[in-house]
Each structure stands twice: as structure tokens, then as C-alpha cells.
Design a protein. Structure first.
Lengths: 354, 496
């Protein structure tokens, strides 16, 4: 298949950085540099390390080098009527597979189809010493050794440079449609919870402040029956709605205010915070545009059993992810040392000191 | 057949002193040390391996677990956690120099939250008990290992257990939100959250399937799913394994993800039929059971589609269960496959490897060849949807040398799984059973990284020592006995 394997050059670069103690910032397509704490270090570009290494549709697995464009992977899958069930946001045309896995951000289908980490089956990576390591594999069930592949997901490149990733893929639903009904936030939370508690083919549920949107996916007969049960008006460009939401091109996101992501139990009541909010993931992911103090937002999220992240904007020098309990912080530092003893990989991108 | 008794770092406690100290922090009946009291704990589900523990404790609160861990940490005593003891890889095999920590008394369902569709339970709660408690809310816990009436959720998390519905609903790791863990130092930590994710590294995934090597699980919050409106199953017979394999690929290619997709080969079919009379065609080379769940209309549509696909694929016979009773009869044979095979032979040994599904015909052919070479019969059951193969080796432990031959054959089968791009364990874990095959699956660099991960949680190696990840020295010794393709696996290591 196409592409090029730059493992050797990348290995040399990381080994040299390890030897000299030089911090590196890992760069894929550069579409998620806004995310996490401010990047620092010498750029280590993965550009050119591309190509789908294997794809066997009936095995439901695709493996590709980390700088392979996400769009290329999705196009190949679509040609075989398959998809990445976690519906990853791209946030720009250059999005790569590696950036998708390292950031660990999932789209609207997440509560029903699983997150990025749920679909990662194996990785090949460079640890902070420049050693090429392989964990997991290309099979669905694998409990040999610690699950390092999933540990890499969302680690923001602080534990290793991803070289290759194997993902579980799923068939595209035969039919998809989106229904809309107007609602208050309280009614929306209640309704999204109620539907999720029934065996309905729901694949996305969001509330934009005025309307509740619900996507149904599956076999034609099942979707038709569920539509009758749920009611509401059919959205002509349903696909467009979910894509705009996923890519933050929905009108809600057109703001210069800091954007917070609150991850909460889905049935948590609407939070009493200043600003504007949009609910996705059936209520479990809440976007908040607000200039309220970080402490107040984090406290509100933590009060529900969840957490808050400063997703975009404002100060990226301080902590953007929810602070960890001291014991957990200690484990994070130990793990960082276990993979990257010289602390050269994306230092400080996730938390200060990691 | 002994576990490797590697000396752990730290001072060896004197046994009577430790027992006295334990009796100060636990009720008298929660500390077992007389040989007759220790006997029930000498093995888990892998009963070929037995060893009496130094002492067994049965704490009934998280506070007691913490006190035990602090004490053991102070004394440098290794700790082996145990749930129901149903594990099949010897993960809970005791050691004579270690404390066995039973979580069986932590068996309460703490909370069911129907609005958020979660259940918060103690580790000793049985897998099936969660679904039973959730049922009045129209919900259930999806992972269903075959031991689900007995196995506990704590053990499920430690092993990342699967079941027959994994292809559609995932493993344990996909169905839990949060765990509470007592660290080797006795500190209580929360990993994960009540939301769908949590900040920082995915320690929840890392600890799931870590076989008691990184911490002791004392509470689990699981995700519950709505009970499907309807479940239906189809049975198809084939006169060739290849045709059955192609039929599975055909179903997936048509965009259908069945909730269960199981295959049995001829010997397994015959054993099951003789045992439970499920009406299986005993002259078939393979049968497939394909289960579809979901909304009523969707199930009808899918079942018709699967039926058509199976016939087009060359099935010699396709039967749809007429009612719930017949559905259960179809499943009965599959669920009884292990004991059914057990009736044919004094002993059987259940293996657990995963392979890319398309390699199945080749793998089964080569297992057949190995079976002839070793003079031991093998029956195969296969979670065909996700490529997880369970060869059952029939043997007689009373015949001298037969267990050793069985283990060697088992090892060969696992190595075959690795060779075709699969893995040595799909859902049973490495434990002590497959520790040598870890040397085949991974190179020294990866094993060294695993040891570094372990040290991040347990620098003195006190949690379940000697399991799951082999030392490089062990691999060197194993490699010396076991030369692959004329090449030694660890040429850089000194031989002893």
C-alpha cells in the first residue's frame, strides 16, 4: 500500500533528543495545537510517515502509520461501507491518525459507539529512549500484557511517539436520520436519558439551547419503528448538523470566549454557570462558553462526579485539564518516567511536570 | 508444576508474627492459617497448579483491605488478590511466601442509578448478580463470561473478561466507568469518573486486565445497557470449516454485527450433542450460531438477511429458533461444550488464543496436525465474531507424562496463534499458565517496558509476583529449551 515508513529517522531523532535531554514537540497535521497546554520543544514532525499498512474489511481492522491523514482513512473505510465509530473531530484538513489517537477526542457517536480508546487495538511507538515497541495487535480480544495501547490514547504524546495504530472499525449503518424537537434544557436532559434507557437505535443526541437533536442509525425497519416512537421533525441535512457540531463549526462555537468542555454523568441537571452552553453525548459532554473563573467551573463539574477542561482559548500556560488528586498525580509522574525517563516528549503538554 | 518462587525484594516476614499482626486488625474468623483452612485456596480455575498460601485474609470493609495492605507493605510480604477463584490462567495461584487476599466478603451492590445507567458495586459481587439487580430498570451489564454465575466483577476487571457478546458490546474495559483501588502502600484511589472519561492518562484501561499486578480493586462502577427488545438465533451447519469461516466473513461484510457469533468444530459438536441433545447435526464439520438482538422489526429484518447469507455461503442446513425455548436449546449445546468435552476424557485443558479470523481454516488444520503428533484429541469452540479460539485438549492426568505433553501441546497452539498474527490470550489472562508464551509474544524491549509500568505502581514487586509478565531471565531459559525456527529468541542474554 502507499506511503512511506520513516521509523528509522524518527527513532534517530528521539534517541538523540533523549541523549541530549532536548525536549521535543511532536507534530502531526498541526490541527490540534490549540488543545492542551502550550506546546514547547524542538518540533519533531511526523510528516511523510504515512500509509495504510493493512486493511481487511471483514476482519473489521485497519492499521496505518501515524501521519496518515484521517480523511484518507475515512475515505478508504467509506468505500467499503465502514467507518470509525467514534466519529473523530478533525479540526482542520490536515488531521492525522496519530493526532486523533494522542488527543483522544471523540465525536457525537461516542456514548453509543464508544470512544477512540475503545477502538484502539494496538500501537507501534517510540518511547522516550527512542526504542521501537509494539503493544496490542490487530485482533479484537487481547489481554496479553498491560494495555499500553489504550494508555497512549489521550496521553497527548507525553508517553510515546505513535508510529502505527490499529483500530477496530465498524459497518456504516444502512440508514441514518436526524429528528428535531424544541425543548428546554431540563426536558432535553430528561428525554435524552429516557431514550438511552430503551433499546432504541440512537447514535447521537444533542441540545443546542433551543432544540433537541436525535440521530437514529441502523437497519431500515428498526430506524423507522424508532422514529414513530420518538416523533419530532425530520432534519433535512442531519449529516451536516452532526458534522458542524463535531467540527465546532456550529454557530454556537463562533465566539471569542474561552471554550470549556465539561464531562459529566448524563443525567446531571443543568449547571448553574454563567455563559452559554450546548449539550452533546446525550448530556454527558457539555460545551460551555464562559469567562467564569476556572475554579468555579471545575467545582461545578466535579460536584456532579465529572470534570472540566479548558478546551480552547484563554491562558494555555496554566493547567487546562482538570487537576488530579495527589495520589493519582504521583502515579502519572511515575508512568511518565517509566516511558520517558529524560522527560523529553511533549513535556508539559498535558500537565506541568509531565 | 510449581510457580516460580522468585525471591521478592524486602525482608521476609516471619509467618507467626504476621498472623498475630493480622489478627489485631481483622476479626479472628477473617484470618486463615491452619492447613485445612488454607486448602480451599490452593488453586483457582486452573487446578493443575496448586500451592498453599502462607495465610488467607477475608476483609469485609475497604478499611480492612487498606490495613492489610499497609501491614504487608511494612513487612515486605507479597499479596495475591482473589475473587471467586474461577480464573483459568492461574492468576490467583497462591505462593507459600505470600498473603492471599480474598475479596469475597466485599459483596454488596452499593447503588443502581437508572437515570445514568450505572451500577456501583463491591468487587466480590457476582457478574450475573449485577444484571439481575438491574433488570427491574430494564437494564443489564453486557460482558458475560461463561462463568458469570460464579465469577466476580473484581476478577472480571483484573482479567478484562469477555464473553459471547464481545463483538457487539465489548469487553470489561468498554463497560466500566470507574474503579476504586487500594495501592500497594494501602492508599485508596479513584480511577475513572462517573462521566464517560476522566482527566489524565487512561489508568482505567491500564488497570483493567492487569491481573492484580498494579493494585487491589475494591469498588467498580459499571455501565448498564437497555435490555434488547428481542433476541433471535440461527443455527447453520457446514460440511467444511472453510465454508463456515467464509460465511462469518460474509455476515460481517454485509454490515451486520451479530450480538453473538459462535462456531464449534466436529468433535465439539459431537460431544455437546451427546451431552445435552440440542439437536445439533453431528455429521457437520462445523456449526455456527448467530444471534441477533435489538428492536423487534430490526431483528426480523436482520434474521432474514443472515439466513439468506448463510444459505448463499453454502450452509448445508439453516435453522431459525422458532421460539425462546428453542433459542435456549440452541445455546445450551454451546454453553455446555466444555463440560461435554469433559465427559469424553478424564481431564481437559482449555486454551485461549485469538487469531485473525481469516486464518481459522489454516489454524484448525495445523491444530489437527499437532493433535496427531502429540496423540491427544482436541475439540475447538470459537468466538467466531472476534477471532477468539478455545481449543480443548483431552488428556488423562493419571497417565504419567500426559499433563506435561498437554501443556507442551497447549504452548504450541498459542505459539501458532502468535505466528498467524494473533495473541496468546483473548480473555483468560496470562497468569502463571501462559507466562512462557509471553516470551514468544513480546520481545525483551516490550517486556522491560512492562516491568517499568509495574514499578510505577509497585516498585518493590509485592503485588502478585511472578505472574503475567516474565522476567528476561525466565525468557532466556525458556528460549534455550525451545529454539524457534533454528534461531534463539534472546541471543543477547547469557544462558544459565
Amino acid at each position: 500500500m502507499s506511503g512511506a515508513d520513516r521509523t528509522e529517522a524518527l527513532q534517530g531523532a528521539v534517541a538523540a533528543a533523549h541523549a541530549s535531554g532536548t525536549p521535543v514537540q511532536i507534530l502531526g497535521g498541526g490541527t490540534k495545537t490549540f488543545y492542551g497546554r502550550e506546546p514547547r520543544g524542538v518540533p519533531l514532525s511526523l510528516a511523510g510517515h504515512t500509509g495504510i499498512v493493512s486493511y481487511e474489511p471483514t476482519e473489521l481492522v485497519i492499521s496505518a502509520r501515524s501521519a496518515t491523514p484521517l480523511a484518507e482513512i475515512e475515505a478508504v473505510l467509506a468505500a467499503n461501507r465502514q467507518m470509525l465509530a467514534f466519529e473523530p473531530p478533525h479540526f482542520g484538513p490536515g488531521a492525522t491518525l496519530g493526532g486523533c489517537v494522542a488527543s483522544g477526542i471523540s465525536g457525537p457517536r461516542r456514548p453509543y459507539g464508544g470512544a477512540v480508546r475503545d477502538h484502539v487495538l494496538g500501537v507501534r511507538l517510540l518511547n522516550g529512549k527512542g526504542e521501537v515497541l509494539r503493544f496490542g495487535g490487530e485482533v479484537m480480544k487481547n489481554v496479553a500484557g498491560y494495555d499500553v495501547s489504550r494508555l497512549m490514547t489521550g496521553a497527548m504524546g507525553t508517553l510515546g511517539v505513535l508510529l502505527e495504530v490499529s483500530l477496530k472499525v465498524l459497518p456504516r449503518p444502512a440508514v441514518e436520520l436526524t429528528l428535531r424537537q424544541s425543548a428546554t434544557v431540563g426536558h432535553a436532559i430528561e428525554a435524552m436519558g429516557r431514550w438511552a434507557g430503551h433499546p432504541l437505535p440512537v447514535s447521537a443526541a444533542a441540545f443546542d439551547g433551543e432544540s433537541l437533536y436525535l440521530r437514529l442509525s441502523g437497519a431500515e425497519s428498526g430506524v423507522r419503528a424508532a422514529r414513530g416512537q420518538i416523533g419530532g421533525e425530520l432534519v433535512a441535512d442531519g449529516e451536516g448538523f452532526w458534522e458542524r457540531l463535531r467540527e465546532h463549526r456550529h454557530a454556537f462555537f463562533a465566539s471569542s470566549m474561552p471554550l470549556w468542555r465539561l464531562s459529566v454523568p448524563p443525567a446531571a441537571p443543568a449547571l448553574d454557570l454563567p455563559g452559554k452552553s450546548l449539550l452533546d453525548w446525550g448530556g454527558a459532554q457539555r460545551w460551555l462558553l464562559s469567562d467564569a473563573p476556572a475554579s468555579k467551573i471545575r467545582e461545578a463539574a466535579a460536584g456532579t462526579g465529572g470534570h472540566a477542561c479548558l478546551f480552547r482559548g484563554a491562558d494555555r500556560q496554566g493547567e487546562v485539564f482538570h487537576p488530579l488528586a495527589p495520589a493519582l498525580e504521583g502515579l502519572h509522574r511515575n508512568l511518565k518516567r517509566a516511558f520517558d525517563p529524560a522527560g523529553i516528549l511533549n513535556p508539559g503538554r498535558l500537565y506541568a511536570g509531565l | 508444576m510449581q510457580s516460580e518462587q522468585t525471591q521478592t525484594k524486602g525482608k521476609r516476614a516471619d509467618r507467626s508474627g504476621l498472623i498475630a499482626a493480622l489478627r489485631e486488625i481483622l476479626p479472628p474468623d477473617a484470618v486463615l492459617y491452619e492447613p485445612e483452612d488454607l486448602r480451599p485456596y490452593e488453586c483457582d480455575g486452573l487446578s493443575a497448579y496448586r500451592q498453599l498460601p502462607m495465610v488467607v485474609v477475608l476483609p469485609s470493609t475497604v478499611g480492612e483491605v487498606q490495613a492489610v495492605m499497609r501491614l504487608c507493605h511494612g513487612h515486605g510480604v507479597p499479596v495475591i488478590a482473589r475473587g471467586a477463584g474461577t480464573g483459568l490462567s492461574g492468576g490467583a495461584l497462591p505462593r507459600g511466601d505470600a498473603l492471599l487476599l480474598s475479596l469475597a466478603k466485599l459483596n454488596r451492590i452499593l447503588d443502581i442509578d437508572p437515570a445514568n445507567r450505572t451500577a456501583r458495586v463491591q468487587p466480590g459481587v457476582r457478574n450475573l448478580a449485577i444484571s439481575e439487580a438491574a433488570k427491574p430498570h430494564g437494564l443489564y451489564y453486557a460482558p458475560d463470561p461463561s462463568s458469570q454465575i460464579a465469577c466476580t466483577i473484581g476478577g472480571n476487571v483484573a482479567e478484562n473478561s469477555g464473553g459471547v457478546h464481545c463483538l457487539k458490546y465489548g469487553l470489561t474495559v468498554h463497560n466500566i466507568l470507574r474503579i476504586e483501588v487500594v495501592t500497594v502502600e494501602g492508599e485508596r484511589i479513584r480511577v475513572g469518573s462517573e462521566a464517560l472519561d476522566s482527566p489524565g492518562y487512561d489508568l482505567l484501561a491500564l488497570m483493567t486486565g492487569s491481573e492484580g499486578m498494579l493494585g487491589v480493586i475494591v469498588e467498580v462502577t459499571v455501565r448498564l445497557l437497555p435490555l434488547p427488545e428481542r433476541v433471535q438465533v440461527i443455527l447453520a451447519a457446514f460440511d467444511r470449516i472453510e465454508t463456515a469461516g467464509a460465511a462469518v466473513a460474509g455476515i460481517i461484510a454485509a454490515g451486520i454485527i451479530p450480538s453473538g457469533l459462535e462456531m464449534m468444530d466436529g468433535p465439539a459438536i459431537q460431544a455437546a450433542e451427546a451431552f445435552v441433545h440440542a439437536g445439533y447435526p453431528t455429521d457437520a464439520a462445523a456449526i455456527l450460531l448467530c444471534e441477533i438482538d435489538g428492536a423487534n422489526e430490526e431483528v426480523s429484518e436482520r434474521i432474514a438477511q443472515v439466513r439468506r447469507l448463510l444459505l448463499e455461503s453454502g450452509a448445508t442446513e439453516v435453522r431459525t429458533a422458532r421460539d425462546e425455548q428453542e433459542r435456549l436449546v440452541f445455546w445450551k449445546g454451546r454453553k455446555a461444550a466444555f463440560p461435554a468435552v469433559g465427559r469424553l476424557s478424564p481431564d481437559y485443558y482449555c486454551m485461549d488464543g485469538t487469531i485473525p479470523r481469516r486464518r481459522l481454516p489454516e489454524v484448525l488444520r495445523r491444530i489437527g496436525e499437532l493433535s496427531r503428533d502429540y496423540g491427544l484429541a482436541v475439540a475447538n469452540v470459537f468466538h467466531a465474531g472476534d477471532g477468539n479460539l478455545h481449543p480443548l485438549i483431552l488428556y488423562d492426568a493419571n497417565k504419567p507424562g500426559e499433563l506435561e505433553r498437554t501443556e507442551e501441546l497447549g504452548g504450541r497452539i498459542l505459539e501458532l496463534c502468535v505466528e498467524v498474527g494473533g495473541t496468546i490470550t483473548g480473555e483468560h489472562g496470562v497468569g502463571i499458565e501462559k507466562i512462557n508464551q509471553m516470551c514468544v509474544q513480546f520481545r525483551p524491549l516490550e517486556l522491560t517496558q512492562f516491568h517499568a509500568v509495574k514499578a510505577a505502581f509497585d516498585p518493590r514487586g509485592l503485588l502478585n509476583p511472578g505472574k503475567a509478565v516474565p522476567t528476561l531471565q525466565r525468557c532466556a531459559e525458556f528460549g534455550a529449551m525451545h529454539v524457534h525456527h533454528g534461531q534463539r529468541k534472546f541471543p543477547e542474554l547469557e544462558r544459565f
